[in-house]
Design a protein around this ligand. Structure first.
Ligand code: THU
Length: 131
């Protein structure tokens, strides 16, 4: 999979962010082991704590469309914000991505596209295998 394609899908999703309170738009696009791409954007709420991040929205879209294990296995997730570079996933999103075996995260940095091994972003993680 061409990572630039995933970055472009995340950028496109960020254009649909609903972020009237923070004015911080985020888009995420994830690639599953079955080759599907699912996207999400942040969706805020007047009751601020109910807002949802782009990455988790993408994971939930993936899960809602999954019929087998590979449909829920995340190989790579791209995160893009037109309001910050790089835009790395927050801690809550890292934990949710961890649940589905996310292997890598790709973001845009001032020097270009950078891929992070997931273990660098959430080392020594708690996951489903612990239960
Ligand atoms: N946000 C995301 O969508 N993903 C992240 O990983 C970081 C933060 C959103 C949440 C909120 O709508 C806005 O960015 C500012 O925090």
């Amino acid at each position: 999979m061409d990572e630039t394609h995933l970055i472009e899908a995340a950028r496109d999703a960020s254009s649909r962010a609903y972020a009237p309170y923070s004015n911080f738009r985020v888009g995420a696009a994830l690639l599953t082991a079955n080759g599907e791409i699912h996207v999400g954007c942040n969706v805020e709420n007047a009751s601020y704590g109910l807002s949802m991040c782009a990455e988790r929205a993408a994971v939930f879209a993936m899960s809602a469309n999954a019929t087998d294990e590979d449909d829920r296995k995340v190989l790579l997730v791209a995160v893009v914000s037109p309001d910050a570079a790089p835009c790395l996933p927050c801690g809550a999103c890292r934990q949710v991505l961890r649940e589905f075996g996310c292997e890598e995260v790709v973001v845009e940095e001032s020097s270009g596209i950078r891929r992070y091994p997931f273990g660098e972003l959430l080392p020594h993680a708690f996951g489903p295998e612990a239960l």
